[in-house]
Design a protein around this ligand. Structure first.
Ligand SMILES: [Zn+2]
Length: 205
């Protein structure tokens, strides 16, 4: 019924002289809800009895809604881009885990903290959080525990992993938590299940 009414309003009140018309600015303000209803009220009667103004009003309102929809879409797209970038940055940071390879194939599991003085320290860069350890030759597959201790014996970082034989070498991949952020001399300690820790001096650059 409103549609029928609207159709009628479009044509039923021709006003070629535009007598008493409030002007396009005011009609635009009403159409865009920029004018409070109390202020707009005096003009509403005119809109309902002047076809040219009514047509302007309908056109401007459609334009306003179109623009608003476009703006909302633009804001939504902006939010999506920001969220996307944030997620991407986060994923990238997570993927930037630094891995290091430690080769113990020509070494043997030294018992306890008595270190063979001839062993050169292992060298790894700072911020390593993943170790790929080539265990001493003949090491068994299975669950291993790894920890990095300071000279005073306190554990700086640790992790667990499963060693598997790959092309003749027993390889243990382990995530260290937290990453080794401070440079210095440490002990890399490894043990299989409940056996004794094997210790290897390790320098973090
Ligand atoms: Zn008018």
């Amino acid at each position: 019924m409103l549609a029928a009414l609207g159709k009628g309003l479009r044509d039923e009140f021709p006003n070629p002289e535009r007598a008493g018309c409030p002007g396009r600015e005011i009609i635009a303000a009403i159409a865009a809800h920029r004018m409070p209803l109390t202020e707009a009220e005096p003009y509403l009667d005119h809109l309902g009895s002047c076809s040219p103004c009514y047509r302007d009003f309908v056109g401007l309102q459609a334009k306003y809604h179109q623009r608003r929809t476009r703006m909302i879409l633009a804001v939504a797209a902006g939010v999506l881009i920001v969220v996307g970038l944030g997620t991407w940055t986060m994923l990238r940071q997570q993927n930037q885990q630094i891995a290091a390879v430690v080769d113990l194939r020509d070494r043997s599991m030294a018992r306890g903290t008595e270190l063979p003085p001839t062993d050169r320290p292992l060298e790894i860069p700072r911020n390593v959080s993943q170790l790929e350890v080539y265990l001493p030759l003949g090491s068994a597959e299975g669950a291993y525990a790894v920890r990095v201790t300071a000279k005073q014996g306190q554990t700086i970082s640790s992790g667990n992993g499963n060693a598997q034989v790959e092309q003749g070498a027993t390889v243990l991949k382990v995530d260290l938590k937290p990453a080794l952020s401070a440079s210095g001399m440490y002990l890399l300690e490894i043990r299989r299940s409940q056996s004794e820790w094997g210790s290897f001096p390790m320098r973090v650059h």
